[in-house]
Write a protein that binds this ligand. Structure first.
Ligand code: PMV
Length: 361
């Protein structure tokens, strides 16, 4: 199919972060670059409002190689390699050769305790893809953008779409919109005792050395199917139950690796105990942790303020952050160049120079 390329000017895309309820933890074997980050297990996520990456891109035939700036700093190392892998895949699929000039800004406050690799790769795929004629409003193009984002960061595949999103193959697919059911996510950011191992290294290490990795993979589809059915049925308690099962099982597989992948801090466990106590008090809620010590608690909006209040008083909880379901990617085309700004107040610093991945709390 012939596509309308945007040869002059910029495309600017916005993508929100997402949180997995059912976890992606393990990769299928890849024999070509386009098979990077294919998941060994299906996952289910919720895209979040207001926590996003904004990325502008243009074709830059005058450059020798892709140039990617994140929060005012040139990307280098592993982070640049991931971005270039995504852009290479786009060039292959669109039969293009030109380098891209990319300017990206994270609007994911450090206080939220969330990493921005998923929103970053989804925004990059969408901005560069728009130049190559891909429009996220077209369902087939959105799937292609999801495949491309996945090549940069597995969980990025899900951030192309809003609301409740399933991922079990080359691309993610939306299963229910952001307003499907009323939910809030209360994020308890806890003190970080040591630098966490990045998710990419940690899941590969778990697959190589944990005797529980095989069982983790074997149970994943049943867990995923139960979660998807619960979302479709708007059964909030069943959603929380499936989410917690996936969380404990992912972390158990990691903890059984050699050496263990152990993300929890004492305050993480204190938050989990408080979530149990809240449930005993009749509040429907469920907790999850990713590759870091921060705890994300799903609850109904009516309970969010009370729950946030309970978690604030726990020693070691540094911040409480509240958020709601969010929309999928959006993109515009324009001629004026984006502002090359420094990191916005409260945003994480770019992490391209860090050799071993970053934590995705
Ligand atoms: O896509 P990555 O490399 O950021 O890995 C994400 C791993 C988890 O956050 C722990 C789980 C998930 O499905 O997002």
């Amino acid at each position: 199919m012939t596509r309308d390329l945007v040869l002059d000017g910029w495309a600017t895309a916005r993508a929100n972060v997402n949180i997995a309820l059912v976890k992606y933890w393990g990769k299928a074997r890849a024999s070509t670059p386009d098979e990077a980050n294919l998941p060994a297990v299906p996952s289910l996520s919720l895209t979040l409002a207001g926590l996003y990456t904004e990325t502008s891109a243009r074709f830059a035939p005058e450059l020798d190689a892709d140039r990617v700036t994140l929060d005012g700093q040139l990307l280098v190392g592993e982070e640049l390699t991931r971005a270039v892998a995504l852009l290479d895949a786009l060039r292959r699929t669109s039969d293009l050769a030109a380098p891209f000039d990319v300017v990206s800004t994270n609007h994911v406050p450090t206080a939220a305790g969330l990493a921005s690799s998923a929103s970053g790769m989804a925004a990059l795929a969408t901005a560069a893809g728009r130049l190559a004629g891909l429009d996220p409003a077209r369902p087939d193009d959105a799937l292609l953008l999801s495949r491309l984002a996945r090549i940069g960061s597995g969980s990025g595949a899900r951030s192309i779409f809003g609301g409740w999103v399933a991922w079990d193959g080359p691309a993610a697919t939306p299963i229910a919109p952001a307003d499907h059911l009323p939910v809030e996510v209360v994020i308890a950011v806890v003190s970080k005792g040591r630098k966490a191992v990045g998710s990419r290294d940690a899941m590969n290490h778990t697959a190589r050395t944990s005797p529980y990795y095989g069982p983790w993979v074997a149970q994943a589809h049943a867990n995923f199917d139960a979660a998807v059915a619960a979302v479709r049925a708007r059964d909030f308690e069943a959603i929380c139950h499936a989410m917690e099962l996936s969380t404990w099982r992912m972390h158990a597989a990691g903890m059984a690796a050699d050496p263990p992948v152990f993300y929890w801090q004492p305050a993480s466990l204190a938050v989990l105990r408080e979530v149990e106590a809240a449930r005993r008090d009749g509040i429907a809620c469920g907790a999850t942790l990713d590759a870091g010590p921060n705890v994300k608690v799903f609850c109904r909006p009516v309970d969010a303020a009370g729950l946030a209040g309970r978690l604030t008083s726990i020693p070691g909880v540094e911040h409480i952050f509240r958020t709601t379901p969010g929309e999928g990617v959006s993109v515009t085309i324009h001629n004026d160049p984006p502002r090359r700004t420094d990191a916005p107040e409260g945003s994480p610093q770019p992490h391209g120079a860090v050799p071993t991945g970053t934590e995705r709390p």
